[in-house]
Design a protein around this ligand. Sequence first.
Ligand SMILES: [Zn+2]
Length: 317
Amino acid sequence: MRVSYSDGYYVPLPDDHPFPMGKFPALHRLLLQEGLIDAQDVMPPRQADWADLRRAHTSAYLDRLARGTLSDHAERRMGLPWYAERRMGLPWSKRLVYRSRLAVQGTINAAFMALTDGIAANLAGGTHHAFPDHGEGFCVLNDVAVAVRVLQSACWARRILIVDLDVHQGNANAAFFADDDSVFTFSMHGAKNYPFEKPPSSLDVPLDDETGDQTYLNTLKAYLPDTLDAVHPDLVFYLGGIDVASDDRFGRTDLTREGLHARDRYVLEQIRVRNLPVVLLLSGGYAETPTATADLHAIMHREAAGVFGTATRSVAS
Ligand SMILES: [Zn+2]
């Protein structure tokens, strides 16, 4: 399986910052170590063009990002806006903008690779809290929104399905595509988690606090197959956030490691059996350490190896 990844995905943050930036290089190392990808499967993206970013984001926001003229409020909101401390924001830097543009292009490239190969991944992305005119919740630019517009303008895909199983509702994706019948947004998330204002997705499935494996899987099985059949998309973006795990620092649901395996296996089997191309994206995950977080993000890749036979390019072909 080909994956988008660049060493530039990592940007140093202050030691006590809550975002586990080290998870990106850690996941890349782990997938190579486990033989889930080969070095030649890794396709480093360049930075997304400003013109492509303007397909989804406002020029005013992009100008402020490019020039470093975001307000204090905007930087705070890009992190965890409900914390009073400024350090919980996402401080602007040239490298942060560079990183964000790389990750967007990584998702665009992974989408084209998935349409060619059946499955591909970006070892980042799924930044579903980035709105047209501002960033939120550790999301600066909305990779999926930009990728959808690029694909549609190139006539590579018309109907898109976003399956968002991050514990946080995909508020910005819901807002981006609210009036767009070509994009179906499915979000299953903690009802009481951030975002506290949830613009309606095409289908929202809220979960109670402490939802465990069995209830979670039963709920997913009640909605996902029908959604895949009804939407019949040209491409699926799978946002497999692992912040649904029981020990996640920001999640309120209680999935075990086995539950995460079962979730990802089920999602991928349902997509595979319908012969739909899929892009795997990380979205959120906040385990105790970046290494532990990467290990949980790797679960979707381990399950993809089983369901799609993606362990190496030679196995896939
Ligand atoms: Zn999340």
